[in-house]
Design a protein around this ligand. Structure first.
Ligand code: PFF
Length: 457
């Protein structure tokens, strides 16, 4: 007997779950350090631009595909293309990308658990900012500890996803997201009082285009897709649990706005610390872990504040990892007819195993020559491969699918169903049909060395 598809229990629940998916490591961890490495303001502007012209339109498109098909990525692309095997492959590409991302994403989330526990033992007490910063390196090279927390984190993710949509994902997102917003705003307000705030605001908000390099443009696109979880079938899957009365375009705009705000908030919270204590803006993946504890150590109630922050950090990543795991699970259930239990167990176990090389990346105990051969460690390889290549490629085919495979009248009808802003339909369609594919294609070709735009100027 065909089971009825589960749906979100309420509008608010759906918005919180989707915001939960969007807000995670992308905004809190990845955005600040990539913006730092790419020189600040100009990169931030590009990121905002790509979010507006590519990220949000593609996000809306994924919701439409999911809601229309009421299936996960593989099923949805197959059904809406009337059985095409080629488009089915896009579903599989979504699955593969989600799987790779989840494996390293959970390792970084594991660092969050480390820091929550370290906070409980007041690890910043009696240490100078430089010493606090150095602790991250110890965490990074501690392979066994990282594997342990990776395992625990996968277990937590699997537990929520096993609970299903309403009782698992929606319930937890509704509880955790408001608390996260509150603490972020509180910390941001405190950061504005630091002496380095002015310099930080200038660094983040003032665009100096001479600081951009060729790779920055692709990174900004990758970042826009990453923070909105676009190009992996996540949003599509969440859309498939929507009822047709729900307002898709409005959801896209709200989540786009919230995700960009959290990214900016997070950078404006971290960079004042960087400039106040003379750290390097290009510090890399350790940035958030190296800077915030310094801020906490200066505040009254260090232990409580720092612990609360890292616990919320874990929650922010958990509401994202559940959305990534749900992509794997929903597809496995539909394609192989597995039970939810079997799909959750197998996919999280395999992801855990694949996450081990990332967890061991800093320790150098596995793949010793990886860095010498590929120029970056295993963790950085996956991080860049997914955000700079697989997500843009997958987003490219997603927008093509919406504009050229789905009938124009159908896409438009789905856009307007349940919305209070039907007038935006023409702008949206123009962006997904022309602007997004052309822009993504140019960026990918430029990055691959097939074309060289700088020759034109
Ligand atoms: N958008 C979330 C984040 O920025 O952390 C979660 C996420 C999902 C990130 C999927 C990346 C990704 F590929």
């Amino acid at each position: 007997m065909k089971q009825q598809r589960e749906h979100w229990g309420s509008k608010l629940g759906f918005i919180m779950a989707t915001a939960g998916s969007a807000i995670g490591l992308g905004s809190l961890w990845r955005f600040p350090y990539i913006a730092g490495q790419n020189g600040g303001g100009a990169f931030v502007l590009l990121y905002l631009f790509f979010t507006l012209i590519i990220g949000i339109p593609a996000f809306i498109g994924e919701l439409i595909i999911g809601r229309a098909a009421q299936k996960g990525a593989i099923g949805a692309y197959t059904e809406l293309s009337h059985g095409s095997t080629h488009w089915k492959l896009l579903g599989w590409l979504n699955l593969l990308t989600s799987f790779i991302i989840l494996s390293y994403y959970s390792v970084v989330s594991g660092w969050g658990i480390n820091y929550a526990l370290m906070s409980l033992s007041n690890f910043t007490a009696g240490r100078t900012p430089e010493q606090i910063k150095a602790i991250f390196n110890t965490v990074y090279i501690s392979g066994d500890i990282n594997i342990f927390w990776l395992f625990i984190f996968m277990l937590m993710t699997a537990g929520v996803v096993y609970g299903g949509i309403k009782k698992g994902i929606e319930y937890w997102s509704k509880m955790l997201m408001p608390a996260l917003f509150a603490i972020l705003i509180g910390l941001f307000i405190y950061s504005t009082t630091l002496p380095g705030f002015k310099e930080a605001a200038k660094f983040i908000l003032y665009p100096d285009f001479s600081k951009l390099n060729a790779g920055s443009i692709l990174s900004a696109l990758g970042m826009a897709l990453f923070t909105l979880s676009v190009g992996l079938g996540i949003i599509l899957t969440y859309g498939s649990y929507m009822k047709s009365s729900e307002d898709i375009p409005k959801t896209g705009l709200i989540i786009g706005g919230v995700s960009v705000s959290v990214s900016l908030l997070s950078a404006l919270m971290i960079f004042p610390i960087v400039f106040t204590f003379g750290f390097e803006p290009e510090a890399g993946p350790g940035l958030v872990f190296q800077t915030l504890p310094v801020l906490f150590s200066k505040l009254p109630g260090t232990l409580v504040l720092s612990t609360i922050f890292f616990v919320l950090f874990i929650f922010a990543t958990l509401t994202s990892t559940i959305s990534i795991l749900e992509v794997l699970v929903s597809n496995l259930i539909e394609v192989f007819n597995w039970s939810r239990k079997k799909a959750v167990l197998i996919s999280s176990f395999v992801t855990f195993i694949f996450g081990i090389p990332t967890a061991l990346s800093g320790s150098g105990s596995l793949f010793k020559n990886w860095k010498a051969i590929y120029n970056k460690d295993f963790f950085a390889t996956l991080n860049d491969l997914t955000a700079d290549w697989l997500m843009p490629l997958s987003a490219f085919f997603t927008v093509l699918f919406i504009s050229f495979v789905m009938k124009k009248s159908f896409s438009k009808e789905e856009f307007t169903k349940g919305t209070t802003i039907p007038k935006l339909m023409h702008t949206w369609f123009f962006l997904v049909r022309y602007v997004a594919p052309i822009a993504i294609l140019i960026i990918i070709l430029q990055q691959s060395g097939i074309i060289n735009l700088s020759k034109l100027f």
